[in-house]
Design a protein around this ligand. Structure first.
Ligand code: URA
Ligand code: CA
Length: 434
């Protein structure tokens, strides 16, 4: 097989066979096809798209390029959740203990990553002693015993995706539905889930800014999952403003604790109930979505979700007393209010910019080697649609520096007021099952 022929075939809009896609992915991963040929092929895919079969083939070729996590030793149907990413998205911290309390095995592989705040592991590490450096055997044992454990990402998961993603980044081919969908799904499938619940974000703070694009991505991922034998569904949820109130690591842990008690922000709670219901239902732990939802509400109200969180923290070396005494989490030196400059209604909270402000405070990594300050971040005091009086606090800034003019300016540019009443955004736009 010659790469030049496969580039031409895709350029002319033809469908590549399974063998041809395997050839491209394998040869690129082992270095026998150069970047410039794969770049040309990616650009051809960008313009010509891929059929459903090609997308599934590309996904599985990337899965086969590295380690695959074998979760067969864990009893029950393993359901994983994936979010396409937003600002202050605390759902993973809530959903893990919540659905585990419902009996769903949660075998979570998580990362640190770049961004506005740390990843799930960074957030959890704001609990003293908590660590994810456990062996695969311990991981499996903990999930069987407690229904929940978190482990750091294996170094050799989907190396083909790593290499292709890096090449896409410098060849203007990131923004392609078949390439994004196969990239995300390859990682979920390699991580071993039987069923996958996707939270595709839409709006200003999301990867996909419009509902149409978000829907197309969601459908593409759901089709890939179901075509390769993993039950997959997606919801499309709003990211036109940050989710919940907290953006920051320890702040989000505190917010997750409140939510597990049934005392969290309304939007975060509702999203966790919707995603959680689908996870519980997919795992066969409830006969309908409505039963699943009622079960989750009960587990929040009777304290079992919170007990599960404590058990999970202790099992991985952490100090679970933070659950009852959140003041034991890392605390910032300064709490600085952001007073509204005029009366009005909150019309917009540009999530990206709020995230950037949190990163400037030190909540996230700008580069791979930056240190995260787990204590700092932002608590929104108002969300879209709420009325504000001049002088009332729009947000509280948790900082370890006293001088934060730049952060305040960025927040004033992000939280926009209107003189007219504004309706709050719709939280759940759609559910996509096939
Ligand atoms: N996230 C991924 O993991 N892959 C993409 O291609 C885009 C976003
Ligand atoms: Ca939040």
């Amino acid at each position: 097989m010659r790469m030049v022929d496969l580039i031409q075939k895709k350029r002319d809009g033809e469908q590549l066979t399974t063998e041809e896609i395997n050839f491209i992915v394998e040869s690129y991963t082992d270095g026998t096809i150069p970047d410039y040929q794969v770049s040309a092929w990616l650009m051809a895919v960008y313009f010509q798209d891929m059929t459903e079969k090609e997308r599934a083939d590309l996904t599985m070729a990337m899965v086969s390029s590295g380690d695959q996590i074998d979760l067969r030793a864990i009893e029950g149907i393993k359901v994983d959740k994936h979010s396409t990413g937003g600002v202050g998205d605390t759902t993973t911290l809530v959903l893990g203990p919540l659905v585990a309390a419902a009996g769903v095995p949660v075998a979570k592989m998580s990362g640190r990553g770049l961004g506005h705040t740390g990843g799930t592991i960074d957030k959890l590490e704001s609990i003293a002693g908590f660590h994810v450096e456990i062996s695969n055997e311990q991981f499996i044992e903990l999930v069987n015993k407690n229904k929940i454990a978190v482990i750091g990402q294996s170094g050799n998961l989907t190396p083909a995706d790593k290499k292709l993603y890096a090449l896409r980044d410098v060849t203007a081919t990131v923004n392609s539905i078949p390439l994004i969908a196969s990239s995300i799904m390859s990682k979920k499938i390699a991580a071993g889930a039987d069923a996958i619940v996707l939270d595709v974000k839409t709006g200003a703070g999301a990867f996909m800014k419009t509902l149409e694009d978000s829907r197309e991505l969601a459908k593409a991922m759901v089709n890939i999952g179901n075509n390769v034998g993993r039950k997959t569904m997606a919801i499309i949820s709003d990211m036109s403003q940050p989710l919940g109130f907290a953006i920051g690591n320890a702040l989000e842990v505190k917010e997750a604790i409140d939510t597990l008690k049934g005392e969290g922000p309304e939007d975060l709670t509702e999203l966790c109930l919707v995603l959680g219901s689908h996870m519980v239902y997919a795992s066969g732990k409830a006969d309908s979505l409505e039963d699943a939802r009622q079960l989750l509400i009960k587990l929040m109200n009777n304290g079992e979700a919170l007990d599960k969180f404590k058990l999970f923290i202790e099992a991985q070396g952490g100090d679970s007393s933070v659950v009852d005494q959140p003041e034991r989490l890392p605390q910032a030196k300064y709490k600085i209010e952001l007073p509204a400059k005029e009366d009005g209604w909150v019309a917009e909270i540009i999530a990206d910019h709020v995230g950037t402000a949190a990163m400037w405070l030190g909540a996230g990594r700008a580069t791979k080697d930056s240190q995260i300050d787990l204590a700092v971040g932002i608590m929104l005091n108002k969300k879209i649609g709420e009325s504000v009086k001049a002088g009332e606090s729009l947000a509280t800034i948790y900082s370890n520096q006293e001088e934060i003019e730049q952060v305040k300016e960025e927040l004033y540019r992000s939280i926009l007021l209107s003189q007219e009443q504004v309706a709050p955004p719709i939280l759940i736009h759609e559910e996509i099952t096939e």
